[in-house]
Design a protein around this ligand. Sequence first.
Ligand code: NAP
Length: 270
Amino acid sequence: MGHYLEKLAREFATVVVTGGSSGIGKAFIEQLHSLNGSLVFCNLSRTEPQFDRAGLILRHYPCDLGERDGPQAGFRALADDLQPGRILLVNNSGFGAYGPFPEPNLEHQLAMIDVNVRALTALTGLFLPLLRERGGAVVHVASTGGFQPTPYMATYGATKAFVLHWGLALERELAGSGVQVLTSCPGPTATDFFLRAGFKQRVLSPALAQTPEQVVRETLSALARGRRLRVCGWKNRILAAVGSTLPKTWVTALSAAVLRRVRLAQLKQK
Ligand SMILES: NC(=O)c1ccc[n+]([C@@H]2O[C@H](COP(=O)([O-])OP(=O)(O)OC[C@H]3O[C@@H](n4cnc5c(N)ncnc54)[C@H](OP(=O)(O)O)[C@@H]3O)[C@@H](O)[C@H]2O)c1
């Protein structure tokens, strides 16, 4: 790994990750630990992460970020365990749901807003005084789905549009404060995300999909370079750039056509 990434990882004492039990969050812990073995990791998720790594200092705080008091309870539990020094907060927990609104049910849709938007906003707010005092960084894991409306994943895309816009706006407000903010937008990534979102067939095009390791490496490189936004993968960067120039109604129709095709294929399979 690059020397500049090791330098980045040495800048922090504690890394707080949400959703380190799986996929991209797990890859953040693995890569940052490889870069700096003395980092202390604090994980907030419902399931305890499983690692087979000698020397990894990982504290797991069981936490449902979809619950009303989830972010506050998680913050209270870990606040006393924070090492002196700079903090990296990785707001990664999130999930989607595939199907016409409100499938699978309204509760699930509202929980998605709670985890993807409310918990991310709450945790950032709770950590902000500490981050300002000690210096540090926040990484928000948004999605390329945040660049356009996403019919059949309407709520998910809208939560990620929030993360994208909110993250970029917050970065400007905090410029010069010693708190760096990076919004990372992965495209399709090979994790449990799709199964959990209710996709039944293989939807990841091998030509477009990235591994969680690739997403994390690109995100950390962007953080080391002081970037504000990273769309992961050059093909996703082209799609996001082209999509952003089209009228919103066109890009919504295109997105509907793509996601409807997956839905029809799934219905045929039943
Ligand atoms: N995979 C993709 O194609 C893709 C693309 C763009 C963006 N993303 C974003 O990347 C992030 C990570 O997703 P992933 O792909 O790594 O999927 P994943 O493997 O399903 O991981 C999702 C993580 O979120 C955590 N989480 C879900 N609900 C939670 C809750 N109520 N409370 C606390 N934690 C919760 C899960 O932990 P527990 O289940 O243990 O609680 C899990 O660790 C998400 O924000 C996702 O939207 C993914």
